[in-house]
Design a protein around this ligand. Structure first.
Ligand code: SAM
Ligand code: SF4
Length: 336
């Protein structure tokens, strides 16, 4: 495949990072992400594994260097290893720098070795609490032990694990140092995510409250010396190092931090919609051009056209009286 001109948006940002949601389904029902009774998409709406391959390969051809697979829970998608194994060819050819995954960890025990063999080196595991009962409450259907076993299997297979924890006031506030030291003991970095106004937030299911990461950060300084790191991932994460442990702690603050100027990413849903921004409704349907022709020219055109629609920034805002910029989409749809 010939590499063509890279994807540059109207604000001169190069698009080199694609997040792909491979399913809207999940074996958990986290309260901030899904409702208890979710209606999932009929199978025919989903991109097949072959179509996912074509989509991702086309993006790689257009200069995408990093693929992050997410969902829903990506590891519950039937046959997903076929897709990962097919992406290995781009890693081997040096056309892709990284193939990675965001997972709830429940299936890592089954898949860790195969993921490593497919060329994956790092995974992000979402884990908000180390308390079994609280874990059951926040995930509704999850079992903590299974996730902890999954994390162990991932590390044993050679995968670096980063933990992502959603910061929830009154829920995991009291576990800040427990989670931090648990990660330090296992040589895992840790990122806190500010809860975003998506899905069912705001209804009676809401566990805890918005916990400002400025406050969380201030709490960390009670026990540690924090050094700001200049490292940027092109996304909303900012990092510090805890001098006493050497551990890297990330803060994802899409609501309070303006990160849009360096945004390098777009998001593909499991039905082939391309979202140019997590906080905006602009999207382009890529499934129709993909299915319209076995040739990738139509799809490439559609991708290029979509990138010209990438907005300058998002509209999330908790500072207004009501939750501003609230998105009707579930996080499991755009994949976080
Ligand atoms: N199932 C996988 C997992 O949980 O890691 C991948 C998909 S999940 C939608 C991706 C990330 O989004 C998770 O880290 C999850 O905690 C986060 N997330 C879901 N809903 C959120 C919300 N309302 N605010 C902030 N983060 C959210
Ligand atoms: Fe599933 Fe991840 Fe959403 Fe939890 S956050 S319900 S694990 S998709």
């Amino acid at each position: 495949m010939e590499t063509t001109a890279p994807l540059i948006d109207p604000f001169a940002r190069a698009i080199t990072y694609l997040r792909v949601s491979v399913t809207d389904r999940c074996d958990f029902r986290c309260v901030y992400c899904m409702s208890e009774n979710m209606t999932f998409l009929p199978k025919k709406e989903l991109l097949t594994l072959e179509e996912l391959d074509r989509m991702c390969s086309t993006f790689v051809n257009l200069g995408v260097r990093k693929l992050r697979i997410t969902g829903g829970e990506p590891l519950v998608r039937k046959g997903i290893m076929t897709f990962f194994n097919s992406m290995t060819r781009h890693l081997d050819a040096g056309r892709l720098d990284e193939l990675t995954l965001t997972t709830n960890g429940s299936q890592l025990g089954r898949f860790a070795k195969d993921l490593y063999a497919a060329g994956m080196r790092r995974v992000n595991v979402s884990l908000d609490t180390l308390d079994e009962q609280k874990f059951a409450r926040v995930t509704r259907w999850g079992r903590l032990g299974q996730v902890l076993d999954g994390i162990e299997a991932a590390q044993a297979a050679g995968l670096r694990v980063k933990i992502n924890a959603v910061a929830l006031k009154g829920f995991n506030e009291d576990e800040l140092f427990t989670i931090q030291s648990w990660c330090a003991e296992r040589d895992m970095n840790l990122t806190f995510i500010e809860v975003m106004p998506m899905g069912d937030l705001g209804n009676e299911d809401r566990i805890g409250q918005y916990w400002d990461l400025k406050d969380l950060r201030a709490r960390l300084t009670e026990n540690f010396t924090l050094t700001d790191l200049s490292e940027r991932s092109g996304g909303p994460a900012r990092y510090v190092r805890l001098e006493e442990t050497g551990q890297k702690i990330g803060f994802i603050t899409p609501l309070t931090h303006n990160f849009c100027e360096s945004c390098n990413r777009v998001r593909l849903t499991c039905t082939g919609e391309l979202y140019m921004c997590l906080g905006q409704e602009d999207m382009a349907d890529l499934r129709a051009p993909l299915r319209a022709s076995p040739d990738d020219a139509l799809l490439e055109d559609a991708i290029r056209k979509a990138i010209t629609l990438k907005p300058k920034g998002h509209d999330f805002d908790y500072s207004r009286q009501e939750v501003g910029g609230q998105m009707p989409r579930h996080m499991s749809h755009t994949g976080g």
